[in-house]
Ligand binder design. Sequence first.
Ligand SMILES: Nc1ncnc2c1ncn2[C@@H]1O[C@H](COP(=O)(O)OP(=O)(O)O)[C@@H](O)[C@H]1O
Ligand SMILES: *[C@@H]1O[C@H](CO)[C@@H](O)[C@H](O)[C@H]1NC(C)=O
Ligand SMILES: *[C@@H]1O[C@H](CO)[C@@H](O)[C@H](O)[C@H]1NC(C)=O
Ligand SMILES: *[C@@H]1O[C@H](CO)[C@@H](O)[C@H](O)[C@H]1NC(C)=O
Ligand SMILES: *[C@@H]1O[C@H](CO)[C@@H](O)[C@H](O)[C@H]1NC(C)=O
Ligand SMILES: *[C@@H]1O[C@H](CO)[C@@H](O)[C@H](O)[C@H]1NC(C)=O
Ligand SMILES: *[C@@H]1O[C@H](CO)[C@@H](O)[C@H](O)[C@H]1NC(C)=O
Ligand SMILES: *[C@@H]1O[C@H](CO)[C@@H](O)[C@H](O)[C@H]1NC(C)=O
Length: 670
Amino acid sequence: MKCMRFFLTHLLCLGLSLLSTGGDAQERFVYSGFSSATNLTLDGVAGVTADGKLELTNGTLQRKGHAFYPAPLRFSPNRSFSASFVFGILSDHAGLSAHGMAFVVSGAGVDFSAALPSGYLGLLNVTSNNNGSSSNRLFAVELDTMQNDEFGDLNDNHLGVDVNSLRSLQSYSAGYFDDNGEFRNLTLISGEAMQVWVEYDGESTQINVTMAPLNVAKPARPLVSAKYDLSTVLTDASYVGFSAATGGTLRSRHYVLGWSFGMDGPAPAIDIGALPKLPPVGPKDRSRVLEIVLPLATAAFLLAVGAVLFVLVRRHRRYAELLEDWEDEFGPHRFMYKDLFHATEGFKSSHLLGIGGFGRVYKGVLPVSKSEIAVKRVSHGSKQGMKEFIAEVVSLGRLQHRNLVQLHGYCRRKGELLLVYENMSNGSLDKYLHANDQAPHKLDWVNRFRIIKGIASGLVYLHHEWEKVVIHRDIKASNVLLDDEMNGRLGDFGLARLYDHGSDPLTTHVVGTIGYIAPELGRNGKASPLTDIFAFGVFMLEVTCGQRPVKQGGRYNQVLLVDWVLQHWQNGSLLDTVDIRLQGNYDANEASLVLKLGLLCTHPFSNARPRMHQIMQYLDGDMPLPEMVPTHQISDMVVPFQTEEFHRYDTANLLSKASNGTISSLSGGR
Ligand SMILES: Nc1ncnc2c1ncn2[C@@H]1O[C@H](COP(=O)(O)OP(=O)(O)O)[C@@H](O)[C@H]1O
Ligand SMILES: *[C@@H]1O[C@H](CO)[C@@H](O)[C@H](O)[C@H]1NC(C)=O
Ligand SMILES: *[C@@H]1O[C@H](CO)[C@@H](O)[C@H](O)[C@H]1NC(C)=O
Ligand SMILES: *[C@@H]1O[C@H](CO)[C@@H](O)[C@H](O)[C@H]1NC(C)=O
Ligand SMILES: *[C@@H]1O[C@H](CO)[C@@H](O)[C@H](O)[C@H]1NC(C)=O
Ligand SMILES: *[C@@H]1O[C@H](CO)[C@@H](O)[C@H](O)[C@H]1NC(C)=O
Ligand SMILES: *[C@@H]1O[C@H](CO)[C@@H](O)[C@H](O)[C@H]1NC(C)=O
Ligand SMILES: *[C@@H]1O[C@H](CO)[C@@H](O)[C@H](O)[C@H]1NC(C)=O
C-alpha cells in the first residue's frame, strides 16, 4: 500500500515535469550570453554588444533601457517561477554609479515610455509610483546604487523586492549569507559580475531573492524574503525582462551577461564559463578621473599643509618656552607652558587668585590629572642665577608636610618664571585676619590656635626634620594659606635659601617683609633659623591680636605690634591685646601662652629666642613656658634701618616686595 502511494506520487511528479518542459517549452529558457539573434524586445539605449553582453544603459546620461523576453508568459493562476541572472555595473567614477537596474515581471505590457529614468529606474513615474496602485501590475527586484530617501532606500548599495512601487516591500544591503550564516557584503558597482536568484512559490506566496559572487554557489539562506500574492499583480500575459536607468551626472553602464527562467520549477543553470566578460574598469577612465582629481587633491593638500604650518607657528609662538640643557635633570618638575595655559584657560582674569609682591597668582586645573593648581607668574629680567634658583625650586618641591603648600614644579618663558603650587581653596590667612567687617569673626580662637600650631609644626619640619635646614625667610600672615579644612599651610618658598646642616649661613641678601624682620637681620642681612623664629613670633602676635605687625597707633605714629603687646604686659593688661572681634570667646590660658611665647620669640637677642622644636613643646603644653619678666623694648634695640643695606634678590628681581618705600616710611616716622 505504502509502496503503491509512493509510486503514484512519483509518477504524477514525473508526468507534471514532462508536461511543463515538453508541453510548454517557451516557459523555460536560458541565455549564457546573448546574440543579436536572441530577438529580445529592446527599447531605450538597450542593446546587445558584439561579444554577447546585454547592455541596458550605455553611459549616456538620463537614459533608460529595457530588454524583455519577446513572448508573454502565463503567470496565473498562482504559478511558481524562478529566475536567475548574472549582471555587472560599471561606472566612469570609482565608487560612484547611478542609478541602478531591476529584474522585472510586468503584467501591463512592455511600453515603459511614460516611465522616468534615474531613481525611477525606468519603471514608473512620479504619479504612478505615488499611487503605487495595483494597475501598475509590476513586480521587480531592484539593484539600487543610489539612496533615494523618497523611496525609503536604506543605502546606496541594496537589493529590494518591489511590487507596484519603488518603495520596496523588503530590502537588504547587497551581499550574502555564507555557509556559517555570516553576512558578507558585496558592492554592486564594483565592476565585478555577480549572480542573482529570484524564486516565487505560488502556494505559499513566498518571494526569495539571493545573490552571490560568480565563484560562490547559490547560498542556502536568501538575502531578502517577502510574502506577497503575485496573482493580484501578474496576468496571464506578463513579460519578464530587465530595466535600467542612468541619472544626470554619472555615466554608468548596466549589463546582463546571462539569464535563465523557469515556470513551475527551478530556472535552468547558466553556463558561467560561456558568459562574455565585463569590460575592465578602464585605465583611460581612471586617468580622466585623475586629471580632474589630481590637481584638486594637490591644491587641497598644499592648502592643508599651509594651514597646519600656520597653526603650528602660532602655537609655537603662543606656547613658546625657555628650555636649556641644564634643565634636563629637572625634567619631572618642568611643566609645559601649554598645559599651564590650558589649565588656567589662558590666564583668564576670572582665574586670578591674588596679586602678590612677585606677580599674579592664577587658579587652574591640570588637563590630565585634573588636580587643582595655583600658578604664580613671576617676571624676571636677567637669566643670571636662574640655574641655582631653579635647582632650589626643584629641591624645595621635594619638601612634603601637611602644613606646607606643596610646590609641584616650574616653567620658564622669556622674561618669566612660573611656579606651580597646590591650590589652597580658602586663600591666605591675612584676608581673614584683617577683614574690615566688624561682624563676629569667621576665625574663632580654636581655628587660630590650630593654625598657629600647624605653622609651628611646618617650621619644625623645615628647621629640624628635613635633610637640610631650610630657612623660610618670609614668614607672614599673607604667606599662610588655608586649605579646604581651614588648616594653615606655609607657602611661598620661592625665596627661601638652603643651608646644609651645620654649615655657616653665608648670605648677605636681606629678604623679608617689614615688621617681621629680626633686628640682627636688618643689621647684617644674615638670615638664620632664629630670624625665622622672630618672624614666627610676630606672626603669633598678629593672629592673636588681629593686628598688623606695624600698628597704626596714632595719627602720625606707627607702633610695632611687638612693642604694643609688651607695653600691655608691663601694665598687667596682656589679654587686652587679644582681637576684640573674638568678643572674649577664647581660652585665656592659651591666648596668654601664645602672646608670651610671641614676645619671647621676638626677643631682640637672638640667643634668647627658643628653637622651633621647643616652641612646639610649649604650644603643645608638653613644657611650661619659662618664667619671664617683661623687660625688653624691641624698638630701642633696633638700629635704624639703612635702606642701602638691603640688596636686591639678584636671581630674579624678586625683591620688589621688600620695598624701600615701606622701610623708609617706617624709619622716617620714628
Ligand atoms: N597655592 C595657592 N593657593 C591658593 N591661593 C594662593 C596660592 N598662592 C597664592 N595664592 C593667593 O595669591 C595671593 C598672592 O600670593 P603671593 O604672591 O604668594 O603673595 P605674597 O607675595 O603677598 O606672599 C595670595 O594672597 C593668595 O590669596
Ligand atoms: C522574434 O520575435 C518576433 C516577435 O516578437 C517573432 O515574430 C520572430 O519570429 C522572432 N524571431 C526569432 C528568431 O525568434
Ligand atoms: C548610447 O545609445 C544612444 C542611443 O542608442 C546613442 O545616441 C549614444 O550615443 C550612445 N552612447 C554611447 C556613450 O555610446
Ligand atoms: C490561489 O491561491 C489562493 C491562496 O493562496 C487561493 O485562495 C486561490 O484559490 C488560488 N487560486 C487558484 C486559481 O488556484
Ligand atoms: C505615468 O505613468 C502612467 C502609467 O504608465 C501614465 O498613464 C501616466 O500618463 C504617466 N504620467 C506622467 C506624468 O507621465
Ligand atoms: C491612482 O490609480 C487609480 C486607479 O488605480 C486612478 O483612478 C487614480 O487617478 C490614480 N491617481 C493618481 C494620482 O494617479
Ligand atoms: C564590506 O566588508 C568589508 C570587509 O569585509 C569592509 O571593509 C567594508 O567596510 C564593508 N562595507 C560595507 C558598506 O559594509
Ligand atoms: C525561501 O526561503 C526559505 C528559507 O530559506 C525556504 O524555507 C523557502 O522554501 C524558500 N521559498 C522558495 C520559494 O524558495
